[in-house]
Design a protein around this ligand. Structure first.
Ligand code: RP5
Length: 176
């Protein structure tokens, strides 16, 4: 699994495949959460890249990343941020690609600030907001895969298999 790269957009991708998904985060401290999205994409063999792109600490990097995302071949962006979490919304304002926002569980307000910042986008610039924290990141990875699977039958089969395995793993009754 690749560590997030503090590079600018267009930096060399560690994967041999052209990434379909861009996982961006406002800080290195967000990586343990966004890693859950990366793990799902690994399991589903979806190529992705990881970048640290802060809306307020590296605004020029954000601009470049968002503007170049589609021309570089990305299809979906997963953006995780905490606190005044404007990264997903700002990214969505500068790319036509679907942006999935993951609210990071902040220390002060347990991620409620992040959730509201991401979910309460004014009409006209949509961000698909997920749940706070690890569950949101996992689901962002799954949702990105499902979006890509619309035009990729082999990926659609892998998603179906993943979901069947999940169902099969659920016990019928609790055991001690
Ligand atoms: C946001 O501020 C980041 O997305 C992170 O969740 C939060 C705290 O960042 P650090 O102070 O840990 O770098 O920009």
């Amino acid at each position: 699994m690749s560590e997030p790269k503090p590079d600018t957009a267009g930096a060399e991708n560690p994967s041999t495949d052209t990434p379909s998904v861009g996982i961006i985060m406002g800080s290195r401290s967000d990586w343990p959460t966004l890693q859950k999205a990366a793990e799902v994409l690994d399991k589903l063999a979806v190529p992705y890249e990881t970048r640290i792109v802060s809306a307020h600490r590296t605004p020029d990097r954000l601009y470049s990343y968002a503007k170049e995302a589609k021309p570089r071949g990305l299809k979906v962006i997963i953006a995780g941020a905490g606190g005044a979490a404007h990264l997903p919304g700002m990214t969505a304002s500068m790319t036509p690609l679907p942006v999935l926002g993951v609210p990071i569980e902040s220390r002060a307000l347990k991620g409620l600030d992040s959730l509201l910042s991401i979910a309460q986008m004014p009409a006209g610039v949509p961000v698909g907001s997920l749940a706070i924290g690890d569950a949101g990141a996992t689901n962002a990875g799954l949702l990105a895969a499902q979006i890509l699977a619309i035009s990729d039958p082999e990926l659609a089969q892998r998603v179906d298999d993943w979901r069947k395995a999940q169902s099969d793993s659920v016990a019928h009754a609790p055991e001690d």
